[in-house]
Design a protein around this ligand. Structure first.
Ligand SMILES: [Fe+2]
Length: 197
């Protein structure tokens, strides 16, 4: 494996979690549905914990969590743009619209987050010794939560859009009701939504 790129992935994973805290903090100001607020409140707390876990992981690997990399700057810029998109929608003040923008912003942020952790899982499978042990410890604490963040919020984004289009929506979404934690489960939940109306 290319050590330098593994380091880059670790730094990007940290930066994604840091940006995630800002994304959820802003998304909560956009949320109107009480179930969604409760869900994002939980995800915000989990994401704050992921920042701590990533900082500790980097330190255990002998890396400085404050080190800047070009990739980190890219991740940070995208996170800031997602926050800005929600601020724009909030300023517009159209009821329900900022909530949808926020759900899409969370899906975009969590797609990157989810991929980071998937890749860290691949690194764990191929790394050896102390490095593998340290990254595995973080992976086991975080990975399940990342599945939930992505798949459940995808469901929210879809159903909130459907509701806004004047069609019958399933709220909370099937992904949340069925406690979906995989891509297959998400596809099945989407298929089952008609039966849940
Ligand atoms: Fe996440």
């Amino acid at each position: 494996m290319k050590d330098e790129q593994v380091r880059e992935l670790l730094y990007q994973a940290l930066e994604t979690e840091i940006g995630g805290v800002d994304v959820y903090t802003t998304a909560l100001r956009c949320a109107e549905n009480d179930d969604l607020k409760e869900e994002w409140d939980k995800y915000l707390e989990q994401t704050k914990n992921h920042v701590t876990i990533m900082e500790e992981t980097l330190r255990k690997l002998g890396l400085d969590p404050n080190e800047e990399t070009p990739g980190r700057q890219v991740v940070r810029t995208i996170g800031e743009a997602l926050v800005e998109s929600m601020e724009l929608a909030l300023a517009d003040g159209e009821p329900g619209q900022a909530q949808i923008v926020a759900a899409e912003a969370v899906v975009l942020a969590e797609t990157k987050d989810h991929q980071n952790w998937h890749l860290l899982g691949e690194v764990v499978k191929n790394a050896t010794g102390e490095q593998a042990r340290i990254i595995k410890e973080a992976y086991e604490q975080v990975e399940d939560e990342e599945d939930e963040h992505l798949y459940h919020t995808k469901g929210w984004a879809r159903e909130l859009w459907i509701e806004s289009l004047g069609m019958k929506a399933v709220l909370p979404p099937p992904e949340e009701v069925r406690d979906v934690d995989s891509a297959i489960g998400q596809a099945q939940a989407e298929q089952a939504r008609k039966a849940m109306m």
